[in-house]
Design a protein around this ligand. Structure first.
Ligand code: NDP
Length: 453
């Protein structure tokens, strides 16, 4: 049977674009890709990239205070949101252009249309055309979800942040995950009065307990009104055009804006997937095997739509492994073990491997941890503490987890992640000479365990 294409990719985000251009460019496949919105997807257009640029913008407000301690007289002027937003969107346009060109230059045919799956080998576009393909790859990502409460549509979600006409004077952020905590720090740094409600006991559930506590302390220390054990109960427009919120603790307050950072959901609705036999999970995610293959052998899925590890570099890995498996004759399962990642709060949290709590539940461990004020901060009489922490297997001596709370922890954990992925033991870290004077030298100079468990 002959098909219009060897591969039809649905979704032009990080994972879909990578898979399409490698299949076409390196494996010589005839490839098409459909994207209903902007090329680059969540990461480039409304996630990691604009978020990180906003992190950079937000950190300048802290400069004058520390510069003073180093002898500089630096005054903080006003922040011009519209000027920054203009430059931000120009950069996103530039990046989207790059993504489009990458596809074109690899010979991928792209369609600016929504696509749905009509059968195991047919894709239908919203413009009425339909095409056949030997393989279909679904890489449609996810989208932010609001909680199921009346008037929830009065609140914004992360997609909206980058398009605000003005920055609000006050904001209530709901949630305690990556997005909630990152934007609490960003918006506070940009001068917004930030309140954050998190329903659980401590923010950043699933991460190392000590690291979570340190980030929470630093956020509160900066002036973010972080309230744990608190959720939104009711919301309604008030007479001044703000939003009146009643919390589960009974408090009532008005905020200019309410921002729901309450998780994301896979984009599978209305795609015809279940009708052709693709299995969906409880959250609507596509169920795949280790090779990203769905229950329909010709249909694969990668990235957030599969709700495995929802990070851009992981979606890219999954895309590459898919091409290796399907187009290069080299079956490659995706390795989801020991993935380093960072939360871009202030200070950042970099992490790889198991938290102390998860490691202790798995086997006997030693914990090496140190918390201190780094030289630059302590000289300026500022409060932020840094934490370096290693979780070590008593049996194998291997590092099971590494957690760093520090400025630029994202940069540090990438490096530590290499050693840990290679199977480094505590003694390998001990044999490494310190780089002095740095913050990260502490990671190789912790001689005695802080505790065992
Ligand atoms: P998360 O799943 O990380 O966090 C969602 C938060 O919302 C949790 O604190 C959760 O509470 C809370 N929540 C969920 N439902 C409700 C509700 N109905 N009412 C009140 N609170 C609720 O999602 P995010 O949206 O922050 O991020 C989505 C994903 O995007 C992340 O998992 C991550 O993979 C990725 N991401 C990665 C980043 C990075 O690498 N730096 C940055 C941003 C996103 P509870 O803990 O109790 O469930």
């Amino acid at each position: 049977m002959s098909f219009d294409y060897d591969l039809f990719v649905i979704g032009g985000g990080s994972g879909g674009v990578r898979a399409a251009r490698v299949a076409a460019g390196e494996a010589g496949a005839k490839v098409a890709l459909a994207e209903e919105d902007r090329y680059g997807g969540t990461c480039v257009i409304r996630g990691c990239v604009p978020k990180k640029l906003m992190v950079f913008a937000s950190t300048y407000s802290e400069l004058p205070a520390s510069a003073g301690a180093y002898g500089w007289d630096m005054q903080l002027g006003p922040f011009d949101w519209l000027a920054f937003k203009g430059r931000l969107h120009a950069e996103l346009d530039r990046l989207e252009g790059i993504y489009r060109n990458l596809l074109k230059n690899s010979g991928v045919e792209s369609f600016d249309a929504r696509a749905r799956v009509a059968d195991a080998h047919t894709v239908e576009l919203s413009d009425g055309r339909s095409f056949t393909a030997k393989h279909i790859l679904v890489a449609t990502g996810g989208r932010p979800v609001r909680p199921d409460i009346p008037n929830a549509d009065l609140g914004i979600v992360s997609d909206d942040i980058f398009n605000l006409e003005t920055l609000p004077k006050s904001i209530l952020i709901i949630g305690g995950g990556y997005i909630a905590c990152e934007f609490a720090c960003i918006l506070h740094g940009l001068g917004v009065e930030v309140t954050q409600y998190y329903r659980g006991e401590q923010i950043l559930r699933g991460f190392d307990g000590e690291a979570r506590a340190l980030v929470a302390d630093a956020m509160k220390g900066r002036g973010i009104d972080l309230q744990t054990g608190t959720d939104i109960a009711e919301m309604a427009r008030d007479a001044e055009g703000g939003i009146r919120v009643k919390s589960t603790t009974g408090a009532e307050r008005s905020f200019e804006t309410v921002f729901f950072a309450t998780g994301r959901s896979p984009n599978t609705a209305g795609m015809g997937l279940e009708a052709v036999g693709v299995e969906l999970g409880r959250k609507g995610e596509i169920v795949v095997d280790a090779y990203s293959q769905t229950a329909v052998p010709s249909i694969y899925a990668i990235g957030d739509v599969t709700d495995r590890v929802n990070l851009t570099p992981v979606a890219i890995r999954e895309g590459m492994a898919f091409v290796e498996t399907v187009f290069k004759g080299n079956p490659t399962p995706v390795d989801h073990d020991l993935i380093p990642s960072a939360i871009f709060t202030q200070p950042e949290l970099g992490t790889v491997g198991l938290s102390e709590e998860d490691a202790a539940a798995q086997e006997p461990i030693e914990v090496y941890a140190t918390s201190f004020r780094p030289m630059k901060v302590s000289f300026a009489d500022q409060p932020d503490r840094v934490m370096m922490k290693l979780i070590v297997s008593q049996k194998t001596r291997k590092i099971l987890g590494c957690h760093i709370v520090a400025p630029e922890a994202g940069e540090l954990i990438q490096m530590a992640g290499i050693a840990i992925k290679m199977g480094a033991t505590k003694e390998d870290f001990d044999r490494t000479v310190a780089v002095h004077p740095t913050m990260s030298e502490e990671i190789v100079t912790m001689r005695n365990p802080t505790r065992t468990a």
